[in-house]
Design a protein around this ligand. Sequence first.
Ligand SMILES: *[C@@H]1O[C@H](CO)[C@@H](O)[C@H](O)[C@H]1NC(C)=O
Ligand SMILES: *[C@@H]1O[C@H](CO)[C@@H](O)[C@H](O)[C@H]1NC(C)=O
Length: 251
Amino acid sequence: MSIYACQKEKMMFLILCFVLLFLVQVGYAKGSEKQSPKLSKHFVLVHGSCHGAWSWYKLMALIRSSGHNVTAIDLAASGINNQQPRDIPSISQYFKPLMNFMTSLPPNKKVVIVGHSLGGLAIARAMETFPEKISASVFISAAMPGPTLNVSTLMKVDLALATTLMRPLYLYTDEDMSKELKLSHKNYGSVSRVFILSNEDKVVTRDLQEWMIERNPPDEVEVIEGSDHMVMMSKPVELFVHFLHIAKKYY
Ligand SMILES: *[C@@H]1O[C@H](CO)[C@@H](O)[C@H](O)[C@H]1NC(C)=O
Ligand SMILES: *[C@@H]1O[C@H](CO)[C@@H](O)[C@H](O)[C@H]1NC(C)=O
């Protein structure tokens, strides 16, 4: 068992080396000829509660270095957004910075939208309103409601989600969240969806992640081994490799 784990680590390390080499080469190639705009994607990153855009800094550097565009959103009363939680009594106000950003995109522009933890609710909302502007959605150890799993069921199933994750925020009512997160097969369901499961997460446990995946099956599930809840801090390179794969596969 431990030998197997060890070999897996080695394999992973080798793969990462190849990826980094590849990136360096892409970097050189870009020096001589401009990268085709078709190949470059725009990643929009949405943090979980207690966090802000800053939580993505490692990943942002990697994404930029690969020639893709990246924007990290601060939801209301988060990161450097200077509103206070008491100023945002409705969850729609909490989502507003992301919705404003999506509105500001030119009509023919598509992004890959990424949500971590409670940020999953925000990206689910954006998928429902802007399905035509999203080439793929990525839920990283995130709350993932959908047409077959409503937010009220989701928040009731595990106290960790409802309390730990929501603590700093105004406690939105069930009614408010259910109204704001009406998710349809037609809109939300039309967006390609990937779930990235972190298997040693103590906040959103593996069981809970699998419970959501079973009730609201995404197009693809990727597992990041040995990762705690803050995947983007503890395993940025692994996450980045998944992002590159998603950028290539979904457009
Ligand atoms: C990256 O996205 C931002 C926000 O939409 C945009 O203003 C900027 O021009 C984009 N950069 C590139 C290089 O496309
Ligand atoms: C959420 O789903 C559950 C189980 O399917 C259902 O009993 C409940 O009425 C739904 N709630 C809302 C607000 O739609």
